[in-house]
Each structure stands twice: as structure tokens, then as C-alpha cells.
Design a protein around this ligand. Structure first.
Ligand SMILES: Cc1cc2nc3c(=O)[nH]c(=O)nc-3n(C[C@H](O)[C@H](O)[C@H](O)COP(=O)(O)OP(=O)(O)OC[C@H]3O[C@@H](n4cnc5c(N)ncnc54)[C@H](O)[C@@H]3O)c2cc1C
Length: 364
């Protein structure tokens, strides 16, 4: 039985481990922390990601705790509704709904498919070496593990990527802080089956239900900000639900973090028996809310090629060849959708939801 070593226990690592396990691989997932990631409140899982979960046999379980959307609104900061899309039809048209879920819940569901000895905590990957028959990953504590395949699912700060490329890539330095928080939909007077985005000259604010009672919001100003600056701007959007949403949010859940992605796309995701998956390969601004969805598709695609080809490096090259142009296009759109001034102009004239239009290009 071939052995896959997977470094990083986020959505990319956990879902890849399940795909491989279901196809007869022995899996060992190494996570540098002492438990699964709990930071990051919610995720928008689109039909493309939901279908991957369905393929893993987890569709029903996922939908039992995720919120499924029926409509998606886009508004101007003066309260004008610029688009109101019926996304309930995607259940039939795209074979899956668009959903929102708590990140922690999604990761726990994926981890439940692994045995205790398949998930190894406090194991921080540092570098690897390989030859014709196998690959060895070395950890920062001096220990190592050997197998047939190594996946770098260690996110935006990936050590596997750094080793593959000979150093870290350059990151963007636009100085954007993404603020997030969780609120009860009833307290804010917003429905539990609608996600919404509001665009203004100063920034962008949106919210997505993540279960049957709660939603999470996200927003950024055009530059670095403190929460006081952030909320004082958004509190002026008084014709929208935004001030109320901020007011009823659980203060403990409010976090702001600077975000960035690679200045240039990586030109290499694969080195022999080693492949990058998810954010280590293609971090993206959350403008399209697709980073985790793309990570889910990466793992599924890679596993399909491993089934098709006997030669592991050949399978990994096929994965890179298929996924790289698609994920990079999504990175570009994600960046575009983070440019709210541009968006505001486009939304004001388009009369539809450009994020949806762009997503549909990927549904082909
Ligand atoms: C504010 C925000 C909102 C977002 N919203 C959405 C959304 O709505 N929808 C969506 O699809 N995507 C969204 N994303 C993107 C999404 O969060 C990421 O694309 C996704 O989490 C990537 O998963 P990953 O497993 O590749 O990386 P991560 O989730 O970063 O997981 C990496 C894991 O590797 C571990 N690790 C790190 N270094 C090592 C090491 N050396 N050795 C071993 N383990 C290591 C980490 O501890 C972590 O557990 C959002 C991102 C942000 C910042």
C-alpha cells in the first residue's frame, strides 16, 4: 500500500487525506499545531466545493450543519439594491447549493474520517529530500518520515513550498485588514438564507449565514485600519443593515488581520513526488470566497490523476497542468473583487452580481 505524507491539517490537507485514503492509500497527516485550526470564523462553500464534499460521501452531513442560500443580494452603501439573485436554483442547475459554514465544523467533519494514528500533531515540516523510490520529510524537532508522496498543504507560510522553490516568494504589500465577526441573524433582522455584499466608496462589507441561526460578516477599508476607524465608517451606512450587524456582533468574535497573497503566480507546484495544494500553491484574497473551494478541488483532481497514472511524478505533473491555470485565474478575479472602487463602478452599471457571473465561467 503506498504511503502519502501530508503536511498541514487545514481544509486542503484534511480533504486530500480523505480522497487518498478512500482510494487505498496509507495516509499520515502532519500538523504543526497541537490541534486543528480553529481561527477563521466562516467559509462560503460554493457548489464547486460542495460537490467535492458530496464526492467524499459527506454531502448530507455537511448540509446538516451548513446554511444553504436561497438568495444573494448586492447593495450600494446608500441602500440601493443593485442585484437580487435567486441562487436556490443552483441546487438543480449546478447539482449543489451555495452554502456558508463554520470553518471549525467543516474541519472537524473532515478530520473525523481519519484514524487517531493518521493525524499527527506537533509535527512542523521543515524540508524534504527525495530519490527515485521515495520522499522523506524532515521536521523542525529533528525527526523525519518517509513515504511515496508528499503534499505541502501547509498554507500561505508553506515550508514545503519554500524548500521546493529555494526560498519564500514575494508577497503583496497592499496593507489591507480584513475585519470579521459573528452575529445572530434574528438580532440583526437579516434572513438566514441570504448572503449579501454592500459596496461603497470607502470599502466593502458582506455577510454570510453559517448555520441555522448565525452569520458572519467581513469587511475592509481601503487600507490599514483599527476597529474604531472601521466601525465609524460603516456606521454611516445607515440605510443598510450594516450598523446593526456590527452592533449586535459578539465582541469576542471580532478579529482583524492583514491579508496578502503572492506578488506573482508560482510557476511550479510540483517537484518529483512532492506537490503543493491549496493556499501553499495559490493563496488568494477572499474577494471571490473561493480559496477553500479551490483547495478542495485540488485534492480531488490530484487523487484522480494518481489513480489514472502508475507513475507518481507523472500524475503530479498532470495535476499541476490542469489546476494551475484555473486556480491562477481565480486568484486574479479574487484580487479584482477586492478592489471595491472598481467593483462599485461595475456594480452600479452592471445591474447584476459580477462575482456570480465570474464564478459561472468556472462552471463552464
Ligand atoms: C478573511 C478570509 C476569508 C476567507 N473566506 C473564504 C471563503 O468564504 N470561502 C473560501 O473558499 N475561502 C475563503 N478563504 C480562503 C481560505 O481560508 C483558504 O483558502 C483555505 O483555508 C486554504 O486552506 P489550506 O488548507 O490550504 O490552508 P490553511 O487553512 O492555512 O491550513 C494550513 C495548515 O497547515 C498547518 N501548517 C502550517 N505550517 C506547517 C508546517 N510547517 N508543518 C505542518 N503543518 C503546518 C497550519 O497550522 C494549518 O493547519 C478566506 C480567507 C481569509 C483570510
Amino acid at each position: 500500500m503506498p504511503t502519502a505524507m501530508i503536511c498541514g491539517g487545514g481544509v486542503a490537507g484534511l480533504s486530500s487525506a480523505l480522497h487518498l485514503k478512500q482510494r487505498g492509500w496509507r495516509v499520515r497527516l502532519f500538523e504543526k499545531e497541537s490541534e486543528l485550526r480553529t481561527a477563521g470564523v466562516g467559509l462560503n462553500i460554493w457548489p464547486n466545493g460542495t460537490r467535492v464534499l458530496q464526492g467524499l460521501g459527506l454531502g448530507d452531513e455537511f448540509l446538516s450543519f451548513a446554511a444553504s442560500m436561497n438568495r444573494w443580494w448586492a447593495l450600494d452603501s446608500d441602500g440601493t439594491v443593485t442585484s437580487d439573485v435567486d441562487v436556490s436554483v443552483w441546487r438543480d442547475e449546478l447539482d449543489a447549493p451555495i452554502t456558508g459554514a463554520r470553518r471549525r465544523r467543516l474541519n472537524s467533519m473532515l478530520a473525523a474520517g481519519l484514524e487517531k494514528d493518521e493525524l499527527i500533531f506537533n509535527a512542523a515540516a521543515d524540508r524534504y529530500e527525495q530519490n527515485d523510490v521515495g520522499v522523506t520529510v524532515h521536521f523542525t524537532d529533528g525527526s523525519s518520515a518517509t513515504g511515496d508522496l508528499l503534499l505541502g498543504t501547509d498554507g500561505v507560510g508553506s515550508k514545503i513550498r519554500n524548500h521546493m522553490l529555494g526560498g519564500p516568494p514575494e508577497f503583496t504589500d497592499e496593507g489591507i485588514v480584513r475585519w470579521r465577526g459573528v452575529f445572530e441573524c434574528a438580532a440583526a433582522g437579516v434572513p438566514t438564507d441570504v448572503q449579501a455584499d454592500v459596496y461603497g466608496a470607502e470599502g466593502h462589507f458582506g455577510w454570510i449565514p453559517i448555520d441555522s441561526t448565525h452569520a458572519y460578516w467581513y469587511g475592509s477599508l481601503a487600507g490599514l485600519s483599527t476597529f474604531d476607524e472601521f466601525s465609524s465608517v460603516y456606521n454611516t451606512w445607515s440605510n443598510t443593515s450594516v450598523p446593526k450587524i456590527i452592533a449586535v456582533s459578539d465582541p469576542e468574535t471580532i478579529i482583524g488581520r492583514e491579508i496578502s497573497h503572492y506578488k506573482d503566480h508560482l510557476t511550479q507546484w510540483v517537484d518529483g513526488r512532492v506537490a503543493l495544494i491549496g493556499d501553499s500553491a495559490h493563496p488568494m484574497y477572499p474577494g471571490m470566497a473561493q480559496g477553500a473551494n479551490q483547495a478542495l478541488i485540488d485534492g480531488q483532481t490530484l487523487t484522480q490523476y494518481l489513480e489514472r497514472y502508475d507513475d507518481i511524478p507523472e500524475a503530479l505533473r498532470a495535476y499541476e497542468h490542469e489546476r494551475m491555470p484555473v486556480a491562477h485565474r481565480m486568484v486574479e478575479y479574487s484580487r479584482l473583487h477586492f478592489n471595491w472602487e472598481h467593483n462599485r463602478r461595475e456594480y452600479a452599471t452592471a445591474g447584476n452580481n459580477l462575482q456570480i457571473d465570474r464564478y459561472m465561467e468556472f462552471e463552464g
